[in-house]
Structure formats: C-alpha cells, structure tokens
Design a protein around this ligand. Sequence first.
Ligand code: MSP
Length: 499
Amino acid sequence: MSNKFYITTPIYYVNASPHIGHSYTTIAADVLTRFKRRVLGKENVRFLTGTDEHGQKIQKAADAAKLSAQSFVDQTSQQFRDLWKSLDVSYDDFIRTTQPRHVKVVQKCLEIIFKKGDIYEGKYEGLYCTPCETFWLEAQAVGGLCPDCHRPVERIVETNYFFKLTKYQDWLLGYLRENPDFIKPGSRYEETLRFLELNKLNDLCISRPKERLSWGIPLPFAPEHVTYVWFDALVNYISAVGEFDARDNYVSKWWPAELHLMAKDILRQHTVYWPIMLHALNIELPKRVFAHGWWMLNEDKMSKSRGNVVNPLEMVEKYGLDAYRYFLLREVPFGLDGNFSEEGIIKRYNSDLANDLGNLVYRTLTMVEKYFDGNIPDLKLNGSTKSVAEILAKIEHLPVRVFSALDEQNFSLALESIWELIGMANKHVEETKPWNLAKENKQEDLKEFIRLLVDVIRAVADKLEIFIPQTAASIQEQFVGDKVKKGNPLFPRIETKKK
Ligand code: MSP
C-alpha cells in the first residue's frame, strides 16, 4: 500500500463553458481527495485538475469570439477555476497546457521517443472530424459521418509524424492481463482487452502541419508541425508533478498516479495511448484508470456539441451546493450512465436530505433543548436493548464501511451506509417514543436515548465532511462542547405543486 495519493481529473477543453458532466468527475475527485487527506494526511495527497488549451477546436472558438487564442483560453480557463471554487472543489494544483512547465515536458517526451526511433515521418490519409479532432477508420465513419458528433468527416492527405503504437500492442495486452485492476469498472477493462485482442492498432498520428493548425506545441525535431492535442494533453499528468533529469529519467515525488478519473468517452486514450507513451518513455504506469458513465439529458449524452448542457451553478442556486453534490454521487452507481433531471434532485433532496438527515438533526436538538436545557447528557452507552446495541455497532463499523467503499470509488455505496445509520436512528425515535419516557419521568432512559442520537449525528457529520463539507460544518457548529446550539432546519422541504 502506498502512503501517498495522487489523483487527477481530465484536463477539460476550454472551447466551451463547464457543465454538469465536468463537475461530476471533478466533485468525485474532490471527495476521494478529502477522504485520502484524512487517512494519509494533507501533505501526502495531491489532487490535479486543469484545462486542455491547444488544438483546432479551441482555435476555432477563439476566432469566433474574435480574440487571440491566448486571451481566449485565459478567460475560459478562469471559468473552470471559478466554478471549482463555487463547488467547494479543493484541488492542489491546476495545470494549463499553455504553461511553460507543461510545454517543456511535452517537448522533452517527444524528443526522447523520437531519439529512440518510436516516432517516424509518414503520409497520412484518412477521414477526419474537425470538431472532434479525431481521425476515424472507414468502418467507423458510417455514411461519412463522425460516429461521435454525427457531423460529416473530411478526407485528408498530408505528411505527419507517427508514434509506433503497433510495436507495443503485445506488451500492453500482457500488461493488462496481468493487471486486471488497472482499468475500472470491470466492464471497461473487458472492453479494452477485447479491443486489443480483436484489432490491430494503427500507429498514432501525433502531429498536425502548422499551416492547418498553429495553436499547439511545436515538435522539437520538426517545428513546422505542432503536437496532436491528445499527445500534448495526456502528458499533463506527469508535467504537473515532475521533470526529466539530464539522463532522460523522469523524476517525481508524486508519480505514479494512484488514480486517473474520467468518463468512458476518453477511455481508449487513457488505456491504450497513455500506457504506451509512458512505457516508451520508461515511466511507470498509473495504478488505476477509472472511467465512469455519462450524465444524460433525455436519453442523450450531455455535451456542448449536442447543445443540451445544464449549468451546474444554476442547479446550485436553486437547490444548494450540497444537495447538488449529494445528488450526483448518490443517484447513480459510479460507472453507470444516469439521467439528469431536476425532479430527481428534488426527490433526493426531500427524502434523503430533508426527511432523513435534516429531520434527525432537528428533532434531536429540539429534544436536547426541551428535556435537558440544551445540555448533552454525559454518559457512557452500552447496548442496553437490542436496537441500541445495533445502532452502536453500526456507528463503530461506519468508518470501515465508508472507507472501503471509497477505496473502490463506490460513492453511492458509501453514502448508503451513512444513510442506513440515519434510518436506524429515525426508526429508533419512532419506536422509543421519547415523549412517553418524558411523561413517565424515565430520566435515565431518556438520557441514554438522547445521547445515542447525538452520537449518531456526530458520527454522520464526521463522514459527511468528505462528501458535503458545508452541511457537515453546519451540523458540527450546532454542537458546542457539551451543549447544543440549534440552528435552522438544514434542508427545508421543497414543496412541489401537484398537477
Ligand atoms: N481535453 C480532453 C481530456 C484530456 S485529459 C488528458 C477532454 N476534455 S472534455 O472537456 O471533453 O472533458 C471530457 C470529460 O468531461 C469526460 O471524460 C468526463 O470526465 C467529463 N464529462 C463531459 N461530459 C460528461 C457527461 N455528459 N457525463 C459525465 N461526464 C462527462 O476530453
């Protein structure tokens, strides 16, 4: 087990504003970062995100905005940093592919691989989708359309540089077979393995002639060409945390990454191109690549090119940040697709946050005030009845259950186990009927009852800090030493009009 944790998100294209899909990966990474900081200490955790700023799409967007490419990317990259701030995303480093630290490492990588003979000059002829900046095989571009965005592809012939992926196909297959945990979820591992077993890789075209595209990093050995965006972008994971020494060895305190997070749209780049690039550079592979599913809107992937994006800030304004974070992580098992809807958020909000969590906190603090003048009863609990014993056991096991789920990137399961405890506590209130204990003047029973609920809430708030830090803080603020200071209900119910 490694005693450090280096986690990354994709670096996002700055040709468009961030939407819910981008926020999903980044919030997931934030949660894993908060979890690992707790286990390993803040100084042993590194959370990298950033922006992918080169390439044709971005050049086009800058042209359309009548700005120079650089000032365009300066503005749009800032939008991502602003959004992460609003979403309580606690990244440690933000890399931009236009930064000198990145450009330097990309050029070094190209030089090393070129010297080694794994990059060569050749003629490229193929079907190209300009908006997606992707070459497609004849078989993929059915009807002359890009399989991704469904726009027409163009036939292009030009001199370019190629990276010898073919040379490493067998090595990669061997590596994957020996490391079944390298790609998660398992379905994506199988998919990658099948792909490599059934297809012969083509060498990867890693350059673009400058006359077609100038907004990129020049190849050090052929400056009339710039680097293909994917070759440039993937390198961010190493350029942010290390450098090459005089003997071309990569040196980094953080590498290898424990986890690269992304959605399934960019699985292939991370499980085929990237491992082969690293191997050619004689650099260790990341420990794990996790490709989660897509947020869909009405059965279609949410994406800028399909024009069906939802702005995260709008949702946060309407429902609050923590309801938004909670919904994303709880609604869909990480790895599967999910349909995004406001009705879905409202449902989760009213049931899990208002009814279960908010209600437990509010009713408990009300009782501490009513029965004990705001003083938390001081006593050591033992399992005096079956249901008390069950709740105590649940509190005790909660850290293990939450942490082991998070070690498998299973956010919904981690949250479910917290909500199981909340549910047990609420049920215990209904079954115990504390108002009767008070009427019959059963002080000791009442003390035990209240103390148990307080312990539940504290255990819950402590774990919630990982997922919904603001809510955790506002619960914790209501406990001051051995007294309570009741605040407003955490999640006032959202009333929906009946049709
Ligand atoms: N720039 C490349 C990534 C380079 S990483 C070395 C890129 N950028 S992107 O802006 O298109 O971001 C893609 C990523 O954004 C996905 O992999 C995922 O993390 C997130 N998402 C974008 N749309 C999404 C959904 N509809 N649903 C879930 N996540 C989505 O690709």
